[in-house]
Write a protein that binds this ligand. Structure first.
Ligand SMILES: CC(C)(COP(=O)(O)OP(=O)(O)OC[C@H]1O[C@@H](n2cnc3c(N)ncnc32)[C@H](O)[C@@H]1OP(=O)(O)O)[C@@H](O)C(=O)NCCC(=O)NCCS
Length: 170
């Protein structure tokens, strides 16, 4: 499953992407905003988990790459729990931030998800104090629907304030 959207090409993750994934798993900003599990996966396990999502239909994960050079720029995933509502998540590698990559990739994957998956709505959740992610949501047409307080994403005892954005199938 591959999507070409202008300067971006989105395709499933491959074992050869291990170095890019290792970079992301070490990145303090990506670690700060991601949901953390007690066992932190290494890059090979992370890639295998993405492939398992495709195999069992629970999620569709794409490496965002540069159409011309093939360089990996980031990640976007749609989780599909099976109730007709998907959830989109993403990160961009440090060297590729601030040039519209996340916004374009989220747009492309949202269009693909509504066309190919049986979804009535896509949700997007981000920490309230992550304004760059809020901007990505707004640019891609996800309206702010609700403010939530959730248990801390890093497994600690604190709570996190969350924006829930939604995009309905036209
Ligand atoms: C958030 C993230 C995905 C954005 O990726 P990106 O490719 O740089 O995003 P884009 O370039 O498409 O858009 C970023 C927008 O946020 C804005 N922005 C960036 N930092 C900001 C800040 N501190 N306050 C307000 N807006 C900010 C940019 O100006 C831009 O808006 P514009 O296009 O209107 O100028 C990227 O920074 C990232 O991966 N961060 C770490 C992981 C993460 O936060 N993942 C999301 C978890 S929900």
């Amino acid at each position: 499953m591959e999507i070409t959207a202008g300067k971006l090409h989105l395709r499933p993750w491959r074992p050869a992407d291990a170095e890019a994934v290792a970079q992301a798993l070490r990145d303090p900003e990506i670690r700060r905003w991601a949901t953390r599990t007690p066992e932190e996966p290494d890059e090979r396990t992370w890639i295998a988990d993405r492939a398992a999502g495709w195999a069992d239909g629970s999620s569709a994960s794409f490496a965002i790459t540069d159409t011309t050079a093939g360089e990996v720029l980031g990640h976007v995933r749609v989780r599909t729990p099976g109730d007709g509502v998907g959830e989109i998540g993403y990160w961009i590698l440090a060297g590729a931030r601030g040039r519209g990559v996340a916004g374009h990739a989220v747009d492309a994957v949202a269009r693909w998800a509504f066309a190919r998956l049986d979804l009535s709505r896509l949700d997007l959740r981000h920490a309230a104090d992550n304004p760059a992610s809020c901007r990505v949501a707004q640019k891609s047409g996800f309206a702010l629907a609700r403010l939530l307080t959730e248990p801390s994403w890093d497994g600690g005892g604190e709570t996190v304030e969350v924006h829930l954005h939604m995009l309905s199938h036209a």
